[in-house]
Design a protein around this ligand. Structure first.
Ligand code: IMP
Ligand code: MG
Length: 177
């Protein structure tokens, strides 16, 4: 598995630093707001768990399962596979995902919770790939920017593989070309 990786973008220690820095920022912004963190499965899983450990405030945790990707390509629309039934009316929502690329997932999910009556909705992603953007969304909480290449590990997959890598790396092109 490890031999399929071209370059390491963030190792374990760097990911830990990113999570604690981002967590402290969110903690300051949401101290008395009793936010609901809604993780987008499956990619959010290791990131959300590490991020939340550094946020010292009362919060709720929910998940939903969405997809907009097939292989290494965006399909252009959001597919809700498993929804959350949490009541978001007048609540402060922070959606957690692994990466923002075209922005289609982020913009659709944000709009969904605005439509459901949330008081505020922000998006938090471990990684941002600004060159992939097809929408005009800017994401408030981002761990780090990555180049316009296909990255895997620490929750990010290629056809369901590599989520268990303990670091984030660029996948060799020969694996998916
Ligand atoms: P967007 O809707 O195009 O912003 O894509 C967001 C979703 O696409 C993420 O939640 C990932 O599941 C997937 N994705 C985008 N870029 C990558 C990548 O480089 N590696 C793995 N998954 C990616
Ligand atoms: Mg995802």
């Amino acid at each position: 598995m490890i031999n399929d990786i071209k370059d390491v973008i963030a190792n374990k220690e760097q990911i830990e630093n990113i999570c604690s820095k981002l967590g402290k920022k969110i903690e300051m912004d949401y101290q008395d707001k009793f936010p609901i963190f809604i993780g987008l499965l499956k990619g959010c899983q290791p990131f959300m768990s590490d991020l939340l450990k550094s946020i010292n405030c009362y919060c709720e945790i929910e998940y939903m399962k969405v997809s907009s990707y097939a292989g290494t390509k965006t399909t252009g629309k959001l597919n809700i596979k498993v929804d959350t039934n949490v009541d978001v009316k007048d609540r402060n929502i922070i959606i957690i995902d692994d990466i923002v690329d075209s922005g289609i997932t982020a913009s659709n999910v944000i709009q969904l919770f605005i439509d459901r009556g949330a008081k505020s909705v922000e998006f938090c992603a471990l990684l941002d790939k600004p060159e992939g953007r097809l929408t005009d969304i800017t994401v408030k909480y981002v761990g780090m920017n990555v180049p316009n290449e296909f990255v895997v590990g620490y929750g990010l997959d290629y056809n369901e593989k590599y989520r268990n890598l303990p670091f984030i790396g660029i996948l060799k092109e020969e694996i998916y070309k």
